[in-house]
Write a protein that binds this ligand. Sequence first.
Ligand SMILES: [Zn+2]
Length: 110
Amino acid sequence: MFFIIFGTRSTKHKSTKLENFTCQTCNSQDTSFISGKSKYFSIFWIPLFPLGKSATTYCSDCQTSSSAKFLKPELKPKRPIWHFTGIMLFIAFEIGNTIFILSQNMHLLN
Ligand SMILES: [Zn+2]
């Protein structure tokens, strides 16, 4: 019997301070932080490909949090590179396989 363990998992991003950002509720400057999380699909706990991503802003002055949907993309937290592990493994396998097939064909030509 063979089991395939798969599902979705998520990673929380570290909360970082937003520089030169004004809170839309209390108009305080440089009191807002951004945090978020990214989801990915995994097989045997190995991240295969990324799924959704969400972020929220939090003001330490007025304690208000709101969705970071309308923030500029460069202000939003970046997805960790290891969420693409499955895709990178697949590409590495395909390159290795292509090189192997080409070397086999070169052997036949000589
Ligand atoms: Zn505020």
